[in-house]
Ligand binder design. Structure first.
Ligand code: FMN
Length: 269
């Protein structure tokens, strides 16, 4: 089976799990993995028997980059098949349900779905570092990953179309959601680089798919209108120079070291 794994990831949770799934499937199938990118248009996607989409939940919905990617995808003439998963920090709301419906509009059927509780890429910067659960993947994550991967591996004969059920707590979440979005919008307004820490290495410029950072001397320029607040630049900046408040300046980042350790832990479980 020819499988394409397409993911969007900010700090790196979804990337790590996508790569884990890719590695497990690669022995048995022909697998390609990529961050969502314009080159992956419908014509390209048609070369695969199965698509796997992974994305972070942002405000109880699929991330903006993933939403826009699907929005721009042309509809398939004959139904395509997909597995979908999301990574989330606390509660995913109807994120998978919303995404499944978006795929259906493009004539992509959802064979199965999964959610993986992961480090809270926003929470670790906003709350106390003593809240250790915010830095961890859920306990049984490798079991869940194994069974999800097994399901993908046996998907060839499947023809169903699953829409994840509506979550009972979503109306409660909807009450606070506008405040959450506004709060994060305000944080975005405060996003800046501490000049004394910036080495102008341009990593932020190079990694941001949305071009929210522009090359400049002596430090990159922030283009707020492009930013979706995925926090990739904040977590990856090698000198921790990108901040959105004084309070978060000292907060630990989910950086290279963090993900190497997380990768090793997933392997050993
Ligand atoms: C702007 C933003 C909004 C978020 N909203 C939610 C949310 O509504 N529910 C939740 O459980 N986690 C939320 N999170 C946490 C992420 O979903 C979680 O950490 C995810 O695994 C990040 O994946 P990534 O590292 O691949 O970007 C949010 C994170 C960010 C940055």
């Amino acid at each position: 089976m020819k499988i394409l794994i397409l993911y969007h990831s900010g700090a790196g949770n979804t990337r790590l799990l996508s790569r884990w799934i890719c590695e497990k499937l690669s022995g048995k199938h022909k697998v390609e993995i990529a961050h969502i990118h314009s080159k992956y248009n419908k014509e390209y996607l048609q070369n695969f028997d199965l698509l796997v989409f992974g994305f972070p939940t942002h405000h109880a919905a699929p991330s903006l980059s993933m939403t826009e990617y699907i929005h721009h995808l042309k509809s398939f003439e004959t139904p395509a098949k997909a597995f979908i998963f999301t990574t989330y920090g606390l509660y995913p709301g109807n994120s998978l349900r919303i995404f499944a419906k978006m795929l259906n509009k493009k004539n992509i059927k959802v064979l199965s779905y999964q959610k993986f509780r992961s480090p809270a890429t926003d929470g670790v910067l906003l709350f106390s570092s003593k809240l250790r659960f915010m830095f961890r993947f859920e306990k049984n994550i490798t079991n869940k990953l194994h069974s999800f991967t097994k399901e993908i591996s046996n998907a060839m004969e499947l023809t169903k179309n699953l829409i994840p059920p509506y979550q009972w707590y979503v109306p409660l979440n909807d009450l606070i959601k506008p405040f959450g979005i506004k709060y994060y919008e305000n944080l975005k307004y405060q996003m800046h680089i501490i000049p004394a820490l910036c080495t102008n290495c341009n990593l932020c410029v190079n990694i941001c798919e949305r071009k929210a950072w522009k090359e400049n001397d002596p430090i990159p320029l922030f283009r707020r209108e492009n930013c979706e607040f995925c926090l990739e630049c904040v977590h990856k900046c090698p000198t921790e120079a990108i901040v959105f408040s004084k309070k978060m300046q000292k907060k630990p980042r989910l950086n290279k070291k963090f993900y190497s350790k997380a990768k090793a832990e997933l392997k050993n479980k």
